[in-house]
Design a protein around this ligand. Structure first.
Ligand code: GAL
Length: 415
């Protein structure tokens, strides 16, 4: 063989070995952060790829806000023996009541200890991730559910202010309708209606009453809980009738365009408005706690876990280390519209909305979200969508309350 041919053969062999090696190093990350929701995750994956250039990070997403579609796909894959290397899951009952109970996850306590995370995350959050003597996922953020968004200039134009109770909201809604704002509240598909419901119920029941529902101390048929449905019905009358056909972003867009005055949505909406739409917090959009919920922070946390039997365990552990690190959290959260789950993040990297959220997170009373997996297992959460349908079709508070209690009994909520 000529020297040239030998060289060529060697080069080809090197290329093959390198690509084979690359092919061996993969990491599949599974989430519902697609499209408009993608930039924060992408920034984190870019950092991962810079740190580990020999690992190909595969960003597997299934569109659908709040994971409505992703969870179904995940279930098929987990049960079919094809777990992604790491997947997004809400801290709390969504993780514990499903994959931990089914013994499908690795205990991450050793990782928390070796990374010094036991002191870096709030103890309350660690206990939300813990069960059966283990810690089961790494939290990447803290989102707030009970936020009402508006455009300050529009409210000024209409002579309206963000209402402080739900009764005040209904009165403001009527005043806005008299001024020609036909549907003052912008609302989207089914899960966003559950999201609105949790803000209304929190406003009606207060933080202790809300938490009593999930510990089983208050029944859904308690007159106070029935009242939450009644108030919800009056609030719904202020919303667009085509809600079920809109994504959460489309509902937010309606508010931004001035077709509606308010939108109740978690603070990923701040990420969408600031990161994707490049609006200035405080100018392009304003915020207030959902009516009646001032002083309470209804939280949820996105986290990632390590399923048992994944194909690329080492790469997955490196991913978890990055997303639990101060650097990782401060790359991800300013873009996502959430605050860091860690206690030591650099707040100078966060915009005015997020700095305000960080302050509330420290000083407010904290309760967990139903719509985003913190307080109830998926067996309850997924059926609650049906309760919502029952309410939407009959507008009967008592019927909705009884249906919710029947599910609570069936899944032994709080037991
Ligand atoms: C939540 C999730 C957020 C955001 C939102 C809309 O459940 O925690 O990070 O993605 O859904 O899809």
């Amino acid at each position: 063989m000529s020297r040239r041919a030998v060289l060529l053969a060697c080069t080809l062999a090197a290329v093959f070995t390198a690509s084979a090696a690359r092919a061996q190093h993969k990491l599949e990350i599974f989430s519902w952060w697609a499209g408009d929701e993608g930039p924060a995750l992408k920034a984190l994956i870019d950092r991962y790829s810079a740190l580990y250039p020999n690992t190909q990070a595969i960003n597997s997403t299934v569109t659908g806000g709040s994971g409505v579609n992703a969870r179904a796909v995940l279930k098929t894959r987990m049960l079919g023996g094809d777990p992604p290397d790491s997947f997004q899951v809400h801290a709390g009952q969504e993780l514990i009541g499903t994959w931990v109970v089914a013994n499908r996850m690795e205990d991450l306590t050793p990782l928390f200890k070796s990374e010094g995370w036991m002191e870096k995350f709030p103890p309350g959050l660690i206990s939300l991730l813990s069960a059966k003597g283990g810690i089961w996922s790494v939290p990447v953020n803290i989102h707030r559910s009970n936020v009402m968004w508006y455009v300050p200039a529009n409210l000024k134009k209409w002579g309206a202010a963000p209402p402080k109770t739900w009764d005040e909201f209904v009165a403001t809604c009527k005043a806005l309708q008299a001024k020609g704002v036909q549907y003052p509240l912008a609302l989207g598909e089914n899960w966003t209606q559950v999201h609105l419901w949790e803000s209304v119920a929190l406003g009606v029941l207060g933080p202790d009453g809300w938490s009593a529902l999930w510990s089983g101390k208050m029944k859904f048929t308690d007159p106070r809980a029935v009242k939450a449905w009644d108030t919800f019905g009056r609030v719904l009358a202020c919303a667009n009738p085509d809600a079920s056909g809109l994504s959460w972003q489309q509902a937010t867009d309606r508010m931004l365009k001035g077709d509606a005055a308010f939108n109740v949505m978690g603070d990923w909406a701040a990420g969408y408005m600031a990161t994707t739409l490049k609006l200035q917090p405080g100018e392009g959009f304003g915020w207030a706690p959902s009516p009646g919920t001032g002083g309470t922070f209804m939280m949820l946390s996105d986290s990632f876990g390590l399923p048992k039997g994944v194909k690329h365990r080492d790469a997955s552990l490196k991913w978890l280390k990055l997303l639990g690190s101060r650097e990782g959290q401060d790359i991800f959260n300013p873009l996502k519209g959430s605050i860091a789950a860690r206690l030591d993040s650099d707040l100078t990297k966060y915009n005015a909305y997020l700095q305000a959220a960080a302050k509330d997170w420290k000083s407010n009373k904290v309760v967990g979200s139903l719509a985003h997996g913190a307080v109830a297992p998926e067996s309850f959460g997924s059926q609650f969508g049906t309760v919502m349908e029952i309410f939407l079709s009959g507008k009967n508070p008592q019927a909705a309350a009884s249906a919710a209690q029947a599910i609570a009994d069936q899944v032994r909520l709080g037991k």
